[in-house]
Design a protein around this ligand. Structure first.
Ligand SMILES: Nc1ncnc2c1ncn2[C@@H]1O[C@H](COP(=O)(O)OP(=O)(O)OP(=O)(O)O)[C@@H](O)[C@H]1O
Ligand SMILES: N[C@@H](CCO)C(=O)O
Length: 319
């Protein structure tokens, strides 16, 4: 046994985590909105049959089932072990089995990777601390936000998946934090999801290292306006979703998305690229209007705002 680690009890936990749309136009790497699409995972944790070689197995139903690895390389599984290690719980002393049910599309700008990281970490917390919201002076939510945001390198998607609702995420250079933003309860939220995929890593590589001061000032003011618009000032949504620091710079990698966003905005719809794209997010317009303007080639869905990450202990057994 690894020195200093108490073996975890055999335990099964269930976790459900929402998708998210990041940026909302000007809030690059800072603003996120949880959506009512939820990935779920059931994790079984047992003392390792062979402590020299802990095993990981994964079954996947739904999105990604043909593509993602089903061993220790699986993103959720990696963060179950990463979370156990972070909580000092002897990550290498257990066998893990994950049963994933996915509805969040991958590589479309709906925060699938952040949701996966949050699933893994929330499962680790539940395996170690059960249903406790706080343990040893550590808050579950703060730990989930800080750790998942650090894993992603930005907190917009991750914090929305942890806290639900709309969030503003920031970092002091050491720790990631986030706070909830008010959202009008009747705010229409619509996504237009294309078939094509764009990996976030690729989209981020297109961004310039610096932006002109005037563009930073323009975009910063719009982010403040967005906070007001989200809480019920619907007439501000169109200017509040303008940005000058990432969407134009990435347009070449998602020409259809950029064209759709431009067309929708010309019709007065507050449209922006969702996360790193290529999906398009619309705020304040009914699904039917967006669908008729989008035309063929888009899955147009209306959403409720998503809730926080939920975990529960299904059972703790003796073997
Ligand atoms: N539920 C999951 N299980 C396993 N791997 C996943 C899961 N969700 C996402 N991934 C991995 O993350 C990749 C997608 O991550 P990426 O950051 O490129 O897109 P995204 O998170 O969907 O979009 P965005 O960050 O713009 O919102 C997938 O190709 C897959 O490798
Ligand atoms: N803020 C991030 C979201 C995608 O992970 C980006 O636009 O790159």
């Amino acid at each position: 046994m690894t020195a200093g680690h108490v073996p975890l009890p055999p335990r099964d936990v269930h976790v459900s985590v929402a998708a998210s749309s990041a940026n909302l136009g000007p809030g690059f790497d800072a603003v996120g909105l949880a959506l009512d699409l939820r990935d779920e995972v059931r994790v079984g944790c047992r003392p390792a049959a062979d402590p020299a070689a802990p095993r990981t197995s994964v079954t996947v139903t739904g999105m990604g089932s043909q593509d993602v690895p089903t061993d220790e390389r699986h993103l959720v599984a990696r963060w179950v072990r990463g979370g156990l290690a972070g909580l000092g719980a002897g990550a290498d002393l257990v066998d893990l089995h994950l049963d994933c049910t996915n509805v969040v599309p991958h590589g479309r700008g709906l925060g699938s990777s952040a949701a996966a990281v949050v699933q893994g970490l929330a499962a680790a917390w539940a395996l170690v601390h059960g249903d406790a919201e706080e343990a040893g002076g550590l808050s579950r939510c703060e730990w989930l936000v800080a750790t998942s945001s650090a894993a992603e390198g930005h907190g917009d998607n991750a914090a929305a998946s942890v806290l639900g609702g709309a969030v503003l995420a920031w970092s002091d250079g050491t720790t990631y934090r986030a706070t909830r933003l008010d959202v009008a309860p009747d705010l229409p939220v619509v996504t237009c999801v294309p078939e094509e995929v764009l990996m976030t890593e690729v989209a981020r590589s297109l961004l310039p290292a610096t932006v002109p001061h005037a563009d930073a000032a323009f975009t910063g003011a719009r982010t403040g306006l967005l906070v007001q618009a989200l809480r019920g000032r619907a007439e501000l949504l169109l200017p509040a979703t303008e940005d000058r620091i990432h969407q134009q710079q990435r347009a070449g990698a998602m020409p259809r998305s950029h064209a759709l966003m431009t067309r929708l905005r010309a019709e007065g719809v507050a449209a922006c690229v969702s996360g790193a794209g290529p999906s398009v997010l619309c705020l304040g317009a009914p699904r039917e209007q967006v669908a008729s303007l989008a035309g063929d080639g888009w899955l147009v869905r209306g959403h409720a705002v998503g809730g926080p990450a939920v975990s529960s202990v299904l059972g703790t057994t003796s073997g």
